[in-house]
Design a protein around this ligand. Structure first.
Ligand SMILES: [Zn+2]
Ligand SMILES: [Zn+2]
Length: 251
């Protein structure tokens, strides 16, 4: 519970941390921002999107290509990546956000992600759904990076309207991080059938609804695919996905 004393301690702690580790633009080192205005303007959003499954064909707004559609290869209708995976500034931001435990970096990342979602004309979803962390990893990191991005995006997509965030997925298994696995097949196996809908989480709410899954970095896309599969089998009508960047394996 937040009390005046605990608020005070938190503020003092933050001042101390800020004094020891001043906030600097991760790109140009200017003090006061994680990403200064000039460097933010330098980051160019991807002006094309590819089929989320084969990654070989440029498709309109990140939809599935015709042949992947025919094969029924995905539960994701369309997926956008905001920036190229090798953008050095975004790489630093995404890494510091997740591994230096800096939740404040969600702000510039949200800016990029929201802009990309709007630029690609995604339908306004009924719900936004984060990729869940295993409770063990959540305790270690202190926050779920995907949930935090989802919450910020839920307030940024439509003016004066907040889209509900439904944190209804859970990991049923503690698996190694995808980034730690170098092999594509291993990554696919690593996340296979590890997601489920939380019990008593209002599952009926998603019936026939459009869901947008948010994540920071997609490695193979397998995590998002598994999440989409669970949401679809629980009755969701359409599932879209948006990530800051996606590592490419197939192109
Ligand atoms: Zn800068
Ligand atoms: Zn395809």
């Amino acid at each position: 519970m937040s009390t005046p004393l605990s608020d005070c301690i938190r503020i003092v702690n933050k001042l101390l941390i800020d004094a020891l580790f001043p906030i600097r633009c991760l790109s140009c080192q200017k003090e006061g921002f994680w990403l200064c205005e000039e460097c933010r303007k330098e980051i160019k959003l991807l002006d094309f999107q590819v089929c989320p499954v084969c990654e070989k064909i440029i498709t309109e707004k990140g939809k599935l290509c015709i042949s992947c559609q025919k094969e029924g290869a995905s539960d994701i209708t369309a997926m956008v990546s905001a920036v190229p995976y090798d953008n050095p500034t975004v790489k630093k931001l995404a890494h510091a956000y997740k591994y230096r435990f800096l939740p404040d970096i969600s702000e510039p990342l949200t800016y990029l992600l929201s802009k990309s979602i709007l630029q690609n004309d995604f339908p306004i979803p009924d719900f936004i759904c984060p990729v869940p962390l295993h409770p063990k990893r959540l305790r270690w990191r202190g926050f779920n990076q995907s949930l935090l991005l989802s919450e910020k995006i839920s307030e940024n997509l439509v003016p004066f309207m907040k889209i509900e965030v439904l944190d209804i997925l859970e990991r049923t298994k503690y698996n190694p991080p995808q980034m730690s696995l170098k092999n594509y097949q291993e990554r696919l196996q690593n996340v296979k059938n590890i997601f489920a809908i939380k019990k008593d989480s209002g599952q009926t709410k998603i019936k026939n609804k459009t869901i947008l899954i948010i994540d920071d970095i997609a490695t193979t896309g397998a995590t998002l695919e598994e999440c989409a599969k669970v949401l679809k089998s629980a009755g969701a009508k359409k599932v879209f996905a948006a990530v800051i960047a996606r590592q490419s394996w197939k192109r």
